[in-house]
Design a binder for this molecule. Structure first.
Ligand code: CA2
Length: 143
């Protein structure tokens, strides 16, 4: 069985560390990738870590993730809008963990609905970058 975990990040997450530090902190996406690689390695896994600002590309990355052992997904704003992403996730049989840096339930009402959550084995939000490494721990236990 493959020992790769796919970690996908949606729109604007490439801007981490540049703006809105009050909401998202001062770390960059590269910092998160390094922490994930280290956490995965400790459990005997490697990672395929990706970010896209495009909905169709996110759908393609989700389709390709079927080759991996599990998926960690922070779909950014597409979490709240994308039926195409929901349909792609529905076609997967690998476990999915949904992650958000911020607590989406403490923010605007339009962030309270997720097209990912009904298809996820678990949801982690509001814990900043730690949410990603917690998701790796959970996922490696599930696999
Ligand atoms: O809290 C999260 O992880 C989110 O997925 C982040 C998304 C937001 O639309 C979701 O509701 C919750 C936004 C990511 C934008 O990231 C930025 C980072 C720095 C500067 C501007 C945007």
């Amino acid at each position: 069985m493959t020992r790769t975990l796919t970690i996908l990040n949606g729109p604007n997450l490439n801007l981490l560390g540049e703006r809105e530090p009050d909401i998202y902190g001062r770390f960059t996406l590269a910092d998160i990738e390094s922490a994930c690689a280290e956490a995965a390695r400790a459990h005997g896994f490697s990672i395929a870590f990706k970010q896209t600002n495009h909905e169709g590309e996110l759908v393609e990355h989700i389709q390709q993730s079927r080759e991996s052992a599990g998926l960690i997904l922070n779909a950014g704003a597409y979490t709240h809008t994308s039926v195409a992403m929901h349909d792609a996730l529905k076609s997967l049989s690998i476990p999915i963990i949904e992650v958000h840096l911020s607590n989406i339930f403490a923010r605007e009402p339009f962030r309270h609905h997720s097209y990912v959550s009904p298809l996820a084995r678990g949801v982690i939000c509001g814990l900043g970058p730690k949410g990603y490494t917690l998701a790796i721990e959970a996922l490696t236990n599930l696999i």
